[in-house]
Every structure is written in structure tokens, then in C-alpha cells.
Design a protein around this ligand. Structure first.
Ligand code: URA
Length: 439
């Protein structure tokens, strides 16, 4: 086989076999196929697409490029959750302990923040001592004993995705349904769970701003999961504006803790309840949606979800006194209030620009390995549809450096739109997709 012939086939829109796709993936990982040929291959896929079978071939080839986690020693059905990435998205911090408190096993591999989106691990590391460094045995033991554990991508898991993603990032080939689906699902499938719930974001702060493309992405990932024998469902949710009222690591953790204590902002709480109740149904812990919703709401109000959260944090080295007293969690020392420059209704609070403002404040990283400031970020006082008077606070900003505060204002000017006319908020939830309903 020659890389040239395979690239030519895809350029001519021919259907590729598993052997051809696998050859490209494994040979690129080993260095035999250079990045310039892989980049041409990715562009041919981007322009001509892949059918369902080719996409599954790509997932299988990517999985074979590295190790898999074996979770057979965990008793019961194991559920994994994945969000396609957003701003203010701290749902895993609430959902994982919530469903674990109701008997679901959640072995979760999470990521760190990159670009305008945040990552669960960075948020949890705002708690002193908390760590995702543990052996596979320790991870499995925690899931068996507590019901959940959160680990990082430390193993040689899907090395092909690391290479392909870096190439896609610099060759304008990220936003292709087959490539995004293969990237996400290969990582989910090597993590060993029996069932998968995907939170597919759509709107300005997501990878797929158009709603119809988000549904296409959700269907493609469900098809892959189903083909690989995993019960996979997807929730398509709004990422036009940030989720909840905070963006940044400590700040988002505080909001998650407030939600686990039965409070929290309505939009964030309702997405957590939606995802958690669907997980209970996936894990057959509830007879119907209504019962599942009721069980999840009670776990928040009665404190069992919070109890599970503390147990999980302590098991991974975190100091739980920071959960009991959230004022101990670091907030960056410099603050500024961004106010309305005229009266009217908020028409936009663009998630992507707010995510970039948070990154500039120090809460995120431009490239892998950059240091982050856990105390930096934003607190949002007004959301789309709200009325503001001229001079009223819209967003509070926190940073450790004056110049960061100043440069984030430019992003907020692009993010916030105020107009005289009233504005209807778009729904948070666009739909729930299940395998049986899309076939
Ligand atoms: N998230 C991923 O892991 N991969 C993509 O390609 C896009 C979002």
C-alpha cells in the first residue's frame, strides 16, 4: 500500500477500506507516513467526507493506535459522559457525584482546558491536594468503592488522535463531522465504559455553531457507539451564551458546589438534571424519565450528591474543608466590573468571546502545558433576555495582572450586545437523541 494512492482515492471521492484507513493512521503514528501526506489525506476527507462505514473504520484504526483501559473489574454497568466543549460547562462536577450517589458507576477520563473552552480537571484542581494522578488499580478501586473516579489522559490512549488533532488544528480541517466524531468516540471507546452520554453543544461557543450540524454530529457519534456495542445517547444543548453564571476554574467550582448544595443557577441546574436523569435511565436505575428526574432533584436537595462529591474529592487527595467553606477557594486579587454603556435588553452574550476573555484573564491556556491562574475568571450578572440600566454591572472580572484585565475588556465589548427591543432567549435544550429513535 502507498499513502499516495490512498490520498488519490479519497481525492477522487472513492470509498476507502478499513485496511487503507488503518494503514494511513498507523503509519502516520509510527512516522512512516509524514505529516504532509497525512495533512493532504485529512483535507481530502474534509472536502469529500466519509460514509458511516469509513467513519467507523477510522475510529477502529484510531483505537488500535494505542492502549485501552480495562474496566472489567468494576462491578455493574459503567457510564461515561462527554461534552463536546463549551464555556462555563462544569456539568461533570455535579453530574458524576449525583449519579454515583444513586448507584451508577462513573469511571471518567476528563480533559484540561484549551483555547476558549475550560476543562473539568483544571476546575477540580482549584481544591488544594486534588489530583488525577493515580494507578489504574487505584482508579478502579475508587470506582468500586465510591462509584466514581476522574482520571486524566496519562496513558498511551489514542496517540493517533493527538497527532491528527494537532494536524487538523493547523490545516483548517477541524470542523468535519466524521473527523470530530472519530476523535471524540475513539477516546470514549478506549475508556472502557458500557454506555455513553454525549452533551453536544451548539451555538457561538461550540465546535459546531449550526444546530443542524450539531444534530448530524450527535447522530454520527451515536451510530459509532452503537456499531461498537455501546448504548450511546446524546443531548444537544445551547452554547450561544455561557452555561451558568461563572467562567474560570475556582469560580466554576464554587458554582458547582452551590448546585450540589441544592442551589445554583437555573440553566446550569436544569442541564445537570437532564443529563443525570438520562444517565439513570441508561443505567436502568429508574423506570421512567419522571422518576429519574425526581430521584436526581432529591439527591441535590437531600445532600447525598454533595456527600458523594466530598468522598470522591477526599479519595483523590483534595482538602474537603475548601468545599465546606468556599470562601477559602482562591479568587484572583484584581477585580473590575464591566457595566452597561446604555440601557436595553441583552441580545447576545457570545460564549466564544467570553471564553476568550476568561483565557486572557489567566484562567485558560493558549497551548498545551501553559500555566493557569485558578482564581481568574468572570462572574456574569446578566444573561440573554435580561434588561439592564445604563451603568448597571453585567460582568465582574478577576485577574492577577492589570494588563490582563485591560485586554479582556476588548473581548467583552465583542461578546455583549444590548438593544432596545425585548429579546427572547433560545432554549437551553434542543433535543435528546437515542439510537432506537434515529434508525
Ligand atoms: N473535541 C475532540 O476531542 N475532538 C474534536 O475533533 C473536536 C472536539
Amino acid at each position: 500500500m502507498r499513502a499516495y494512492d490512498i490520498i488519490l482515492s479519497k481525492r477522487e471521492n472513492k470509498v476507502l477500506s478499513f485496511e487503507e484507513i488503518d494503514f494511513m493512521v498507523q503509519s502516520n503514528v509510527s512516522g512512516e507516513v509524514p505529516d504532509y501526506q497525512m495533512a493532504a489525506f485529512l483535507m481530502a476527507i474534509f472536502l469529500n467526507g466519509m460514509n458511516k462505514e469509513e467513519t467507523v473504520h477510522l475510529v477502529k484504526a484510531m483505537i488500535q493506535s494505542g492502549d485501552s483501559i480495562n474496566l472489567d473489574q468494576i462491578e455493574g454497568l459503567k457510564v461515561d459522559k462527554h461534552s463536546t466543549g463549551g464555556v462555563g460547562d462544569k456539568t461533570s462536577i455535579v453530574v458524576a457525584p449525583l449519579v454515583a450517589s444513586l448507584g451508577v458507576k462513573m469511571p471518567k477520563i476528563s480533559g484540561r482546558g484549551l483555547g476558549h473552552t475550560g476543562g473539568t480537571i483544571d476546575k477540580l484542581e482549584s481544591i488544594p491536594g486534588f489530583s488525577v494522578d493515580m494507578t489504574e488499580e487505584g482508579f478502579i478501586q475508587n470506582v468500586n468503592e465510591i462509584g466514581l473516579a476522574i482520571g486524566g489522559q496519562t496513558k498511551n490512549l489514542v496517540p493517533a488522535d493527538k497527532k491528527l488533532y494537532a494536524l487538523r488544528d493547523v490545516t483548517a480541517t477541524v470542523d468535519n463531522i466524521s473527523l470530530i466524531s472519530a476523535s471524540i468516540m475513539s477516546k470514549k471507546l478506549v475508556s472502557g465504559a458500557d454506555a455513553i452520554i454525549l452533551d453536544v453543544k451548539t451555538g457561538s461557543g461550540s465546535f459546531v455553531p449550526e444546530q443542524d450540524k450539531a444534530f448530524e454530529l450527535a447522530k454520527c457519534m451515536i451510530d459509532i457507539g452503537t456499531n461498537m456495542g455501546k448504548n450511546t445517547i446524546a443531548v444537544v444543548s445551547n452554547m450561544e451564551e455561557p452555561l451558568g453564571n461563572t467562567v474560570g476554574n475556582s469560580l466554576e467550582l464554587i458554582e458547582a458546589i452551590e448546585t450540589l448544595n441544592g442551589g445554583g443557577p437555573e440553566d446550569f441546574k436544569s442541564l445537570c438534571l437532564e443529563l443525570s436523569s438520562e444517565i439513570l435511565l441508561l443505567a436502568e436505575k429508574a423506570a421512567n424519565k419522571e422518576e429519574a428526574m425526581q430521584m436526581c432533584a432529591s439527591a441535590l436537595v437531600e445532600g447525598s450528591a454533595m456527600e458523594k462529591f466530598k468522598h470522591f474529592i477526599a479519595a483523590q487527595g483534595g482538602d474537603v474543608s475548601f468545599i465546606d467553606d468556599i470562601s477559602k477557594l482562591a479568587l484572583a486579587p484584581l477585580a473590575h466590573t464591566y457595566c452597561a454603556n446604555h440601557s436595553g435588553y441583552i441580545h447576545a452574550m457570545k460564549a466564544r468571546e467570553i471564553g476568550l476573555a476568561s483565557l486572557v484573564l489567566g484562567a485558560g491556556r493558549e497551548k498545551k502545558g501553559d500555566a493557569i491562574d485558578h482564581g481568574a475568571g468572570l462572574r456574569i450578572h446578566k444573561k440573554v433576555g435580561d434588561y439592564v440600566e445604563r451603568g448597571e454591572p453585567i460582568i465582574s472580572l478577576y485577574s492577577s495582572r492589570l494588563e490582563q484585565l485591560a485586554s479582556s475588556i476588548g473581548y467583552l465589548n465583542q461578546a455583549v450586545e444590548i438593544k432596545e427591543a425585548q429579546c427572547k432567549k433560545s432554549p437551553l435544550l434542543h433535543g435528546v437523541l437515542k439510537a432506537e429513535a434515529i434508525h
